[in-house]
Design a protein around this ligand. Structure first.
Ligand SMILES: NC(=O)c1ccc[n+]([C@@H]2O[C@H](COP(=O)([O-])OP(=O)(O)OC[C@H]3O[C@@H](n4cnc5c(N)ncnc54)[C@H](O)[C@@H]3O)[C@@H](O)[C@H]2O)c1
Ligand SMILES: [Zn+2]
Length: 347
């Protein structure tokens, strides 16, 4: 199976996405006219990055590897500067390109470098986490943390995204669960097949089914709404409360989004008659994701929500579901919010 998509960015640049097995190779990632290639990678996937660099070299294009510090903590301007300096030392020009090998933290940094170095160079992404494959690598958002999360960034679509399902299949359970939150979210807002597959098998869901389907949801959503005024907001399902509990409880993004979706499901049931709140909660639990977060101070969570980017001048706007596959944006008042808090054990 090889599935391909294209996103045409507002600046006219084309992002080509390929999904398949055993497709993480030089030909898929390197643009034919690239002068030289800088491969940036996370330490956990250094071997894969080195193998690729050798292959790129064998195909006649000079390629070096730079391993960056790991994780979201390293998604900062210091790391960005270290990449700039590395590119300077190699005499990088606009005809040269980056290949980013790693999870979302790594592709966000590489994308930010690509958006800014020499006012823009090409980059291809090889996402190596589930979250990276279905979410971070698609849609053109790049950025780093400067005090707050993702506060410095740029829109820049990579030239290519290569999603090798062999890599995703081999992930440890923790990373599969972390990414499953965003994958099943794509199902809840837009795809019955993803819902059914996670309902059937929990964390054992077929990667070949859920990953291409979740990518399709993100591609279609992004393609139809580059300005983020309309449909793209639906991708924030579960994120309004999710972001707040992520910070308040110090839990992972995936766990927080899972809890946020449970809350949003309860609010949806009360506000717009969503009939699948309990079923949604069961599916989330079946994946092994948390469905509540007891012990948090409600005042603290609300305060954190006030600082959330999704709170506009008229009050709190949340993505709700009228049904699976039928999201809508709605203003949520205090009483409705109460229902959401109660559902996740925040008093
Ligand atoms: N740009 C966007 O639109 C967007 C969307 C969602 C999330 N993000 C960002 O993505 C980041 C989260 O992504 P993530 O969950 O991939 O985190 P991550 O990149 O920090 O990776 C998580 C861990 O998995 C390791 N890892 C990577 N590939 C592996 C592999 N194949 N096998 C074993 N370990 C591996 C990494 O080294 C790291 O330790 C956050 O920084 C978030 O802000 C960006
Ligand atoms: Zn998210």
């Amino acid at each position: 199976m090889l599935e391909r998509h294209q996103i045409e960015a507002p600046d006219g640049r084309i992002c080509e996405i390929a999904i398949g097995r055993g497709i993480a190779n030089a030909a898929a990632l390197v643009l034919p006219n690239a002068g030289r290639v800088g491969v940036v990678a996370q330490p956990t996937v250094e071997q894969l990055a080195t193998k690729l660099a050798v292959e790129i070299g064998d195909s006649g294009t000079a390629a070096d590897v730079l391993v960056l510090p790991d994780g979201d903590e390293a998604k900062n301007l210091l790391t960005v500067e270290s990449v700039y300096e590395w590119l300077n030392r190699q005499g990088f020009t606009r005809h040269d390109m980056l290949v980013a090998v790693g999870g979302g933290a790594l592709t966000d940094v590489a994308g930010f470098v690509a958006a800014t170095y020499l006012r823009g160079i090409e980059v291809s992404y090889l996402p190596t986490t589930l979250l990276g494959a279905v979410d971070a690598s698609i849609g053109g958002k790049t950025g780093v943390n400067v005090g707050g999360k993702n506060l410095a960034g740029a829109f820049r679509h990579p030239a290519r995204v290569v999603v090798d399902l062999d890599i995703i299949d081999a992930l440890p359970e923790g990373l599969l669960r972390e990414g499953a939150a965003e994958t099943v979210k794509a199902g809840f807002i837009a795809d019955e097949e993803i819902i059914a597959e996670y309902e059937r098998a929990g964390l054992g869901a077929e990667i070949d089914v859920v990953v291409p389907a979740a990518i399709r949801v993100k591609v279609e959503t992004v393609q139809s709404d580059f300005t983020e005024q309309g449909r793209r907001a639906f991708l924030n399902y579960g994120h309004t409360l999710g972001h707040a509990v992520e910070i308040a409880a110090g839990i992972s993004h995936g766990d927080a989004v899972a809890i946020g979706m449970v809350a949003a499901g309860a609010v949806s049931a009360a506000a717009v008659g969503f009939a699948h709140h309990e079923r949604q909660q069961e599916i989330i639990g079946r994946i092994g994701l948390p469905v509540n977060v007891p012990g948090l101070e409600r005042a603290e969570v609300e305060c954190l929500m006030g600082r959330d980017k999704k709170r506009d001048r008229e009050g709190l706007r949340m993505v709700l579901l009228e049904d699976f596959g039928r999201p809508l944006l709605r203003h949520v008042d205090e009483d409705l919010l109460e229902v959401g808090f109660a559902a996740i054990g925040v008093e």
